[in-house]
Design a protein around this ligand. Sequence first.
Ligand code: ADP
Ligand code: ADP
Ligand code: ZN
Ligand code: ZN
Length: 764
Amino acid sequence: KAERADGARPPVAEWIRVVGAREHNLANIDVEIPKRRLTVVTGVSGSGKSSLVFDTIAAEAQRQLHETLPAFVRGFLPSYGHPAVDLIENLAAVIMVDQRRLGGGARSTVGTITDIAPLLRLLFSRAGTPHVGTSDAFSFNLPAGMCPACEGLGTITDVDMDAFLDPSRSLNEGALLAPAFKVGTWQWQVYGGSGRFDPDKPVRDYTEEERHALLYGTDGSVRIGTNGQQINATYEGAVVKFRRLYIQKDSAEMGERTRQMAGRFTTSVGCAECGGARLSRAALDCRVRGHGIAELSAMEATRLLDVLATFDLPDVAPVVEALTTRVGHLVDIGLGYLSLDRATDTLSGGESQRIKIVRHLGSTLTDMLYVFDEPSTGLHARDVRRLTDLLLRLRDNGNTVLVVEHDRDVIAAADHVLDIGPEAGSGGGRVVFAGDVAALSSADTPTGRHMRSRTRLKDEVREPTGSLAVVGARAHNLRDLSLEIPTGVLTVVSGVAGSGKSSLVHKVFLAQHPDAIVVDQTAPSANRRSTTATYTGALDPIRKAFAKANGVSPALFSANSAGACPACEGMGVIYTDLSYMAGVVAPCETCEGRRFTSEVLAYRLDGATISDVLEMTVGQACEFFAKNRSVGPILRAVVDVGLDYLRLGQPLTSLSGGECQRIKLASYLHRRGAVYVLDEPTTGLHMSDVARLLGVLDHLVDDRASTVIVIEHDLDVIAHADWVVDLGPDGGSAGGQLMFQGRPADLLSASGSHTATYLRHALG
Ligand code: ADP
Ligand code: ADP
Ligand code: ZN
Ligand code: ZN
């Protein structure tokens, strides 16, 4: 059994044993995972890694935990189905650390989510001067500490005067733009029909007093109405009224349309009372060694660590120490550029996952099973080492760490490697290698070969056809950068996490060049009815082919026709929604998952039913429809982006972020002369998938005369670029500068660039 050559740790005493795993494409496999070790599961995209790690091992751990709950509690939870596996032995309680973004709204910040904020509050309540009270008095989420004006949000929603009022118009001409004040309505009469204001005078000609009375007055009453139907109403200025009716009201009580309407006439502005710091005056005035809590919360973690080091406070030494450890974890994991007050909903998927790691590093629970999904996402080669150190630290705390990963350096740090493959879909699902890294490096598998291979520069780079200017980029940490992005070539924007790549590309470049096409990782549709076949547009010509072969209407083969199974409406599965938790999916019993009525299933095309076709992978369907001039090209584009293993009827909701990005890319392959922006397209890709992705990007540039701009850390992609824009040198305020722009070969001699250092290293 796998043992590291260093022999520092005792032999593995226990293994998690998985017997007969069959979920999705898994080929009835047996797998063993050493307990209290770091195991990396790798393999090409679609080979079955997630099916094994998440859908089998983690799912079974959750199911067993669920079984231990009292029946009464279980009644409130979704019922977990058995994963398709015979047996799993020696399982531990599982903690999944995934890339789902941290929601939580405005009240959730880096500080609150990592539990660093409570420690900081404790510090101020114990060591702050003047002494203000308990730690609650420093929390913007509790009445004792929140700024009374903004209730701890730091911003105030108020009427957006530009949208609300058109001063060039009179009241009769509809100067008040909100529908509530439409000319002629009762609400409008208060202003335009009460004699208080001249209804024909444009508002910009009002005196200061008149304008104030119109918008903010709250004095006396008015008589409104016509034809004897007169009533007395209390006068209220238009803004005051709008605030009362639509802003101060709980938005949950408003209908969706009202909410949208209110949104159009309001804007969010920084709170003047607390300056956006969210806290009460007393909390803001309190000082520890001259520093305020808002100041410390707004500092980048790296700087905060320096300040904490100067806190020589014997009475609260344990608190300072705990703070130092936690903030140190943030820095260690490459997030030193974040501040504690950063709202978590502004973090990327990779940043979110790393924040979750920090939260767990503080945990003293042992013997847990930690499961990670590609934790190197968004990390520069420089920071991968820090990540692996943290994974090893979790292991050394007595936990089993199971990581799905493609990064060479993370794989190299593993105690044990499982290589799933050899290919994707039905060509995969088997264990092609299990053992330690030394053995993997000499194994004849795609992963083994890539572990031995070296990054190489291209012999020749392309000549640009022109350029796109980026002028005066100052978003976030960018230091007023101006540069040119060459057209007709592949440009990679590189730099460590937090250096400003997204800010440059998403905030500035896209604002200055809005016609560029962003191919991102968000799901193309949240609708379960969307499948590979519907999204790519392959289904229409497929239905036509079925109709033609059988002399019936194409509509019969549509999921929203009478031909679809009435029980599942053509989905083959039944979803049970649970309002606040993940829903449950079960195969449809009426059609046994075949989606259509038996009448429709009697129609065949070259021997296959429509249900058979929807069960085909894109690769299989490509052969099946090879001669069909409408279907063939669509499916070949999907194969070209490396998604040949997807099933035609597979719901898009089951796709990972990387897969979503690639299926979107497939839908653009026929366009010409476009500008594409891709953010870390190698996410979820095995080293051997990256070569294929590069082929697709080359195709866009060479055959489609397009410009491709990619934010990327992968050194193979950087080496393959025609042009590199490197930002740095570090993250946050220590970044935001242009370190280099030019050809990859010239990057090698750039000084001060971390990318240059690691690229030199990878080229060997
Ligand atoms: P990996 O994690 O290695 O990229 P997955 O385990 O996600 O691979 O996928 C393995 C195979 O199972 C692929 O062919 C994929 O299309 C299929 N698959 C994954 N999820 C589902 C699902 N929810 N329904 C049907 N097939 C799925
Ligand atoms: P990269 O893409 O290179 O990882 P980013 O452009 O995301 O870097 O970040 C650059 C800097 O801008 C960092 O200091 C980051 O914390 C800051 N930043 C990014 N997004 C936001 C945001 N929504 N609010 C405040 N600061 C942000
Ligand atoms: Zn405030
Ligand atoms: Zn059905």
